[in-house]
Design a protein around this ligand. Structure first.
Ligand code: ADP
Length: 231
């Protein structure tokens, strides 16, 4: 793949439950590219297809038609055993509700993406703590995540997303459960992660993201189609 394209979305359509009364067309012939180290904001109202698009890029589901190519791999055609490896190596995902495992400690949550790698546990833990330090949350290493504040859970979630050093970070409504101060702090994290060379897509309808000096592009979806793109 040319150096100017980290992600290529080619005429992607996603229909859930096709041919049944529950049929739902989530994406409708969507095409765009994302360059390496680009920060792309994906906006649009609830139900416009943002989460579906992120899930397709993460190979969590397959498109009904069209292609998703990431860093030279046609992920829309990957069998599941390869998709899991692809996700682990290539994608960090931050979810709206953080999706931490409440019964595990903070450091164990950050370590989970590393478990399939054949590395001694002490090394895994050191690696996890290193990333937690970057996000000033290492002091909470032994706390159960159910006992952490929203802002602390957010830092653990970001550390978990980045512990494998993936080239791509996807975030789905990452500030929906955060107050204004924590949302601004999240923007600071995004700016720093972009500075480290990552390619980042944030799906959001939070206006805080719409006027960022370090954002490269915004794409707006409505009913599964791109209705605006700037610049
Ligand atoms: P957004 O992230 O912009 O809120 P989504 O991608 O979640 O939008 O949803 C796009 C459309 O696809 C919506 O109409 C939604 O109801 C539908 N949809 C999403 N996931 C599923 C699913 N697993 N089964 C059926 N319909 C779904």
């Amino acid at each position: 793949m040319s150096a100017s394209r980290m992600i290529a979305i080619k005429d992607v359509t996603k229909i859930f439950h096709p041919g049944t009364p529950a049929q739902s067309r989530a994406l409708n012939g969507v095409t765009f590219d994302v360059a390496p180290n680009e920060l792309l904001i994906l906006k649009g109202p609830s139900g416009s297809g943002k989460s579906t698009l992120l899930s397709l890029i993460a190979a969590l589901m397959k498109p009904t038609s069209g292609e998703v190519v990431v860093d030279g791999t046609r992920v829309s055609k990957l069998p599941e055993e390869f998709a899991a490896l692809y996700r682990r190596r290539t994608i960090g995902f931050v979810f709206q509700k953080f999706n931490l495992i409440p019964t595990l400690s903070a450091v164990e949550n950050v370590m989970t993406p590393l478990f399939p790698e054949k590395i001694p546990e002490a090394e895994l833990e050191a690696k996890a703590l290193g990333v937690m330090e970057e996000f000033s949350i290492a002091h909470k290493r032994n706390a159960k995540t159910s006992n952490l504040s929203g802002g602390e859970q957010q830092r653990v979630a970001i550390a978990r997303a980045l512990v494998n050093d993936p080239p791509i970070l996807l975030a789905d409504e990452p500030t929906a459960n955060l107050d204004a101060a924590l949302s601004r702090q999240f923007l600071g994290f995004i700016e720093r992660i972009k500075g480290e060379g990552k390619t980042i897509i944030v799906a959001t309808h939070d206006p805080l993201f719409f006027d960022l000096s370090f954002c490269d592009r915004q794409i707006e979806l409505h009913d599964g189609s791109i209705v605006a793109e700037e610049p």
